[in-house]
Design a protein around this ligand. Structure first.
Ligand code: ZN
Length: 330
């Protein structure tokens, strides 16, 4: 039932709050869950005035006093999910905890808070990918700008392990580790209601970005595909994702994502000539004339994830010099 655009009741006692983003992907879905004695927030948006305005409207429409926020749960540490957590926490005099997995909290500290050597590692990583230096400089700049939209950082963080139970209102959710898009992403699954808060792991209309970045553990694509196959078996009648529309055909959408990556792996394998750099392969997969500097980073990361997957399967070799060069195994 619509309450107040851009807020709607997505499931009983769960309101989706659509926070605008300054990208082609122009909305992040956040959630307000009616809780015992207050409210739980899931995901937050980037810290920009536009986001704060929508949260204020949501609180107003649902008559929520900031002091009644019990906790702020983050599915993962990407800036569109993490960015406003510290600001929201400060709206309440009680400093409600920001809750996320230990892996994501480590990544958030490394990427948004300490940033020790981060730009150098990104520069080195993109050099290995064969990206020209003007595009590397632009990518580093995008990363710095993104960091500014994640402050202030949470003052109080509680970590939540995969496989934990978390009670929100009358529902009990189990946390499920769903790596691939982000190493430590947690989904929240309420088996009794067949309800999944699916973060950016399963999305309609777009495929979650699976990328290898400067600090990514090996084989995120393998982890993502394995995780999808596990999640497909769960009974899910409604999934509430981090972007785009809610998901009512859980297994069907997962099948489409699995098929997409099969096709993408075939396309990447077909694009690898002798001694191809990640940049060269990515130019055959993505139309660079249409990509912003923000999106070029994703194109490189996604191409590399597929290349490393093919290498692990023995279909490609990689010359590990200053610049990675891939070749088909004949
Ligand atoms: Zn997202």
């Amino acid at each position: 039932m619509p309450i107040h655009d851009p807020i709607f009741e997505a499931a009983e006692g769960i309101y989706q709050v659509r926070i605008p983003l300054p990208f082609a992907l122009n909305i992040v879905n956040c959630y307000l869950l009616r809780d015992r004695g207050g409210w739980t927030i899931v995901d937050t948006g980037l810290n920009r005035p536009e986001s704060q305005t929508v949260w204020a409207a949501a609180f107003d429409a649902l008559r929520i006093k900031p002091a009644s926020i019990r906790r702020i749960v983050l599915t993962h540490m990407h800036p569109d999910h993490y960015g406003l957590a510290g600001w929201l926490q400060r709206q309440s005099p009680h400093c409600p905890p920001v809750v996320m997995s230990p892996i994501e909290w480590n990544a958030a500290q490394r990427t948004w808070i300490n940033r020790d050597g981060l730009d150098d590692r990104l520069w080195q990583h993109l050099t290995r990918c064969g990206l020209p230096s003007d595009l590397i400089a632009a990518a580093v700049e995008v990363g710095r700008n993104m960091t500014m939209m994640t402050a202030p950082h949470p003052e109080r963080v509680e970590t939540l392990e995969p496989g934990s139970s978390i009670e929100i209102g009358s529902r009990v959710f189990r946390t499920i580790h769903a790596p691939g898009h982000s190493d430590g992403q947690l989904l929240l699954y309420c088996a009794d209601d067949g309800l999944m808060i699916s973060g950016d792991h399963v999305l309609m209309k777009i495929t979650p970005n699976i990328g290898v970045w400067q600090d990514t553990p090996p084989q995120p694509l393998r982890q993502f595909l394995d995780s999808l196959r596990f999640l497909r078996q769960l009974d899910v009648s409604l999934a509430l994702p981090g972007h785009k529309t809610v998901i009512t055909n859980w297994a069907g959408r997962i099948d489409e994502l699995l098929a997409h990556h099969d096709q993408r792996l075939a396309a990447v394998a077909g694009a690898v000539g002798d001694g191809a750099t990640v940049y060269q392969v990515s130019q055959q997969i993505f139309d660079y004339t249409r990509l912003t500097n923000h999106e070029i980073r994703f194109a490189i990361a996604e191409t590399l994830a597929h290349l490393l997957h093919l290498q692990a399967e023995g279909r490609l070799t990689c010359d590990d010099g200053d610049t990675w060069r891939f070749e088909p195994v004949r």
